[in-house]
Design a binder for this molecule. Structure first.
Ligand SMILES: Nc1ncnc2c1ncn2[C@@H]1O[C@H](COP(=O)(O)OP(=O)(O)OP(=O)(O)O)[C@@H](O)[C@H]1O
Ligand SMILES: [Mg+2]
Length: 313
């Protein structure tokens, strides 16, 4: 079981589109995939359920909100109790035997970071402060160790476009971080900073684990790594990304903060413009010879190889 956080605190770079399509592609290969929606926009959830279905079937009892909102995450409900199986997309895996499950999000998750931060408050002693830090930042990592999650081959976590507490719980819980980015000035500007912040979080978390060695069974040192940057919404001319985008892709590659994956996702409003409306991601709806499907398949292979072979930074 590998856990991958799909993360970039830049908004609108294709995180959710990548998570939904990558999850669907991997499940279509016969694997068991779990998607966790940690974004209060709940776009990943709405990629598989209509708003009406969410309101009627999920909102009250079956969203990640229930898990985070207790006195401490997970105290009121076990994470695995929130797993749902979207019907429409799973019909696509009848032949391969794959499965795509989801832990849905809730629009009210919007202020959860503030509420969690209030609980983090300063402890009266150093040991107490560190205990609280570990409790919160490591909560998702601990929950995913439950046997219910060991049956999955891949768990993808769609993060909100921020580096708040909930996003940090995702990074701590993940073996790998995948960073979708657009090939433009503002999107590439933040990549170095993002790499630095993730590395700092991992180092800080491990300091705390080492300090409170007594908690070794509960809180383990982590070695979250980057799978790489995936460039999304790439525009092609004569089978190559257009000049300006090529420049930014090369720039990120040369900077070397995070490896750049060979595969990219092209800009295609035709495929992704109605993302979510069908309950089945584009990669499963288009013909197998379609450029976007071919690209997604080779990207999925590249990501799975990197994740399973540990060929990441
Ligand atoms: N390859 C693509 N080609 C064309 N449009 C795309 C592509 N990928 C995503 N989009 C569209 O761009 C918008 C943003 O994509 P998406 O929601 O996946 O980004 P995000 O990074 O998850 O955003 P947020 O930060 O708000 O969570 C959506 O309208 C989506 O349909
Ligand atoms: Mg999103």
């Amino acid at each position: 079981m590998q856990v991958v956080a799909v993360m970039n605190y830049k908004g609108g770079v294709g995180k959710t589109t990548l998570t939904a399509n990558l999850g669907a592609e991997v499940a279509s290969r016969g694997h068991r995939v779990l998607l966790i929606d940690l974004d209060p926009q709940a776009n990943l959830t709405f990629s598989f359920y209509s708003v009406d279905q969410w309101r009627e079937d999920l909102r009250k009892d079956s969203t990640i909100m229930r898990w985070y909102e207790g006195e401490m995450p997970g105290r009121d409900v076990d994470l695995h109790q929130l797993i749902v199986t979207p019907q429409l997309v799973n019909q696509e895996f009848a032949e391969s035997g794959g499965r795509l499950d989801l832990i849905p999000s809730h629009l009210k998750l919007i202020d959860i970071d503030l509420r969690l931060a209030a609980r983090l408050g300063a402890g009266t002693t150093l040991a107490e402060s560190k205990r609280k830090f570990l409790d919160l930042h490591g909560c998702l990592a601990r929950a995913l160790r439950h046997e219910a999650f060991q049956e999955y081959d891949l768990i993808l976590i769609d993060c909100a476009p921020n580096f708040g507490l909930v996003t940090k719980t995702a990074i701590v819980a993940s073996d790998h971080v995948l960073v979708p980015a657009k090939a433009d000035y503002l999107s590439t500007l933040g990549i170095q900073y993002l790499a630095h912040n993730c590395d700092e979080l991992v180092a800080e978390y491990n300091d705390f684990v080492n300090y409170s060695a007594a908690g070794s069974d509960v809180d383990r040192a982590i070695s979250t790594r980057f799978v790489g940057v995936v460039f999304t919404m790439v525009r092609f001319h004569a089978k190559k990304p257009i000049g300006t985008q090529r420049y930014y892709i090369e720039e990120v590659r040369l900077n070397g903060d995070i490896p750049v994956l060979t595969g990219v996702i092209r800009d295609s409003p035709r495929h992704f413009g109605d993302a979510g409306e069908n309950g089945v991601p584009a990669v499963l709806r288009a013909p197998v010879t379609d450029d976007v499907v071919v690209e997604f398949r080779s990207l999925a292979t590249e990501i799975l190889d990197a994740v399973t072979k540990g060929a990441t930074r």
